[in-house]
Design a protein around this ligand. Structure first.
Ligand code: ATP
Ligand code: PRP
Length: 221
């Protein structure tokens, strides 16, 4: 008998970009995820179901084995303090970069080489602290849960650490990128125990998804 696999995916951008990859492996939700209010979505394959949760909760569900697999941004993984996750595959979706940004006026006379102490607003507290600690720069970090771009405009912080894709949000708020922390994309992660107990099913899923990622990269080229 085939093991049942529960895959945790976050609503919004990641779900939207994961569905075509799953479809390429022959998995489609039994109901339209955009219409359905269900949090557990059965699929056309009786041994595969999706759980739809907040992005930052995906590693937790996988860590505790409530989901066998998860699709989660590298930004969230870098910030996650739990253990017991394997990163199996770069799905190359929801791509962006994690950047330090600041007001254009500050950037015109700023030199990152001179940074000694920074006041930064971000939702990526651990990653930001680690990044600057490695460079011997002290940080005062103000934790926010969204709209980081507002912080320098109202004097809450001098700089922010946030995700940037097109750069439109920064531009619209008079901010510029000044330093890159990481390239971000979504990863397939597994629970370590599930990896042992459901090895064949997980292995098969990873290989199918690897093919789907490759196919989508070839179509985009
Ligand atoms: P939560 O619901 O937990 O607050 P969120 O609002 O950050 O999470 P999304 O905005 O859907 O959720 O982002 C999910 C993931 O998509 C992020 O973790 C990141 O990896 C990626 N991402 C975020 N912003 C962008 C963007 N502008 N372009 C591409 N990918 C992005
Ligand atoms: C993300 C990120 C930036 C924006 C960057 O926010 O936090 O604000 O995207 O993308 P851009 O460079 O293409 O403008 P998102 O749109 O996910 O909104 P939220 O996280 O505040 O919900």
């Amino acid at each position: 008998m085939t093991d049942t696999l529960t895959i945790a995916v976050s609503k919004g951008r990641i779900l939207k970009e994961t569905l075509p990859l799953l479809a390429a492996t022959g998995i489609t939700p039994a109901e339209d995820p955009n219409e359905s209010r269900k949090l557990i979505l059965p699929t056309n394959q009786s041994n595969v179901r999706l759980v739809v949760i907040r992005a930052t909760d995906v590693p937790t569900y996988v860590q505790f084995g409530a989901a066998d697999l998860g699709v989660v941004g590298k930004d969230v993984l870098m910030e996650f303090e739990g253990r017991g996750l394997y990163e199996l595959l770069d799905l190359k979706i929801s791509r962006c970069r994690m950047m330090v940004a600041e007001p254009r006026a500050l950037a015109e006379q700023d030199d990152p080489e001179d940074w000694r102490h920074l006041r930064i607003a971000t939702k990526y507290v651990n990653t930001t602290r680690r990044h600057f600690a490695a460079k011997g720069i002290q940080t005062e970090i103000i934790k926010l849960y969204g709209s980081m771009e507002l912080a320098p405009l109202v004097g809450l912080a001098d700089r922010i650490v946030d995700l940037v894709d097109t750069g439109n949000t920064l531009r619209a708020n008079g901010l510029v990128e000044i330093e890159q922390i990481a390239d971000i994309s979504s990863r397939l992660v597994a629970n370590k125990a599930a990896m042992r107990m459901k090895y064949d099913a997980i292995r098969a899923m990873v290989e199918q998804l690897r093919g789907a990622v490759k196919g989508s990269a070839e179509r985009a080229a």
